[in-house]
Design a protein. Structure first.
Length: 252
């Protein structure tokens, strides 16, 4: 899914930075992180894709994101609205970022997608309190409104561009217990876009592939710490083509 080792700029949360960087390398991309407005603005000129993750959003980090979005060369941009709806700064950050009109893909859980679509939702920190299926129509409307692809992550994943829709049934429950698996997926999807795989079919395949990697890592797993390392191993050793028979993708 990733070709030509795209350079992905991550303006991301401080909790999962190392895991994101290591995972992107394992998946075939090159990560670069920044927490300075001028630095980030200049890095846009040499990067192939961008992930904006509001997991530890602050007034300073919002300034960084504004500078990134102000660069006319910014492209292949993914928004990860971590914890949207849990606080006013998270909600206002998402509103402003989406208002730029530059977001190509949004990936979040059901509560986060519901929140940024303007619906009331109960968000428990970064955890979703509602099921994916309950926001499928909301995701369709959001994709149409923002002219982008929306990926709703959960036990079943849902992908929509407002017209075409897919469900993905890959993955394992243990993935939700590892901090950063969603963050990694968002950055990975920025790398997929940067590799020229911009169709909704490609995004659905990428989401399914990521789920298969999670499934493979869970085989003979002995605990959360062991699983995290096995997941990284799976990212670096299991090629997309070899997982095609295991992809459980339903076109709606």
């Amino acid at each position: 899914m990733i070709t030509n080792n795209p350079l992905i700029l991550n303006i991301t949360n401080h909790v999962t930075t190392h895991f994101i960087a290591s995972s992107l390398i394992a998946l075939g991309a090159s990560p670069v992180m920044s927490d300075d407005p001028i630095d980030a603005y200049e890095l846009v000129d040499i990067t192939n894709g961008i992930c904006l993750n509001i997991g530890t959003i602050s007034s300073h980090q919002m300034d960084v994101m504004r500078k990134v979005l102000s660069n006319s060369n910014a492209k292949n941009i993914v928004l990860d609205p971590v914890g949207a709806g849990a606080s006013s700064i998270r909600s206002s950050a998402c509103k402003e970022i989406l208002g730029s009109g530059k977001i190509d893909l949004i990936r979040g859980n059901a509560s986060e997608i519901s929140s940024i679509a303007g619906l009331s939702s109960t968000t428990r920190g970064v955890d979703s309190t509602i099921e994916t299926k309950s926001v499928e129509a909301t995701a369709d409307d959001l994709a149409k409104e923002r002219k982008c692809i929306v990926v709703v992550s959960g036990e079943v994943d849902y992908i929509s561009n407002g017209i075409d829709r897919y469900r993905v049934n890959n993955g394992t429950p243990i993935m939700a217990k590892i901090t950063g698996t969603g963050c990694v997926l968002s950055s990975y999807l920025a790398a997929v876009l940067a590799s020229g795989n911009k169709s909704i079919e490609s995004i659905a395949s990428a989401v399914a592939y990521y789920g298969v990697l999670g499934e493979k890592a869970a085989l003979d797993n002995t605990g959360l710490g062991n699983y995290r390392e096995r997941f990284l191993d799976a990212m670096s050793t299991i090629h997309f083509d070899s997982t095609k028979p295991s992809l459980r993708i339903e076109k709606l």
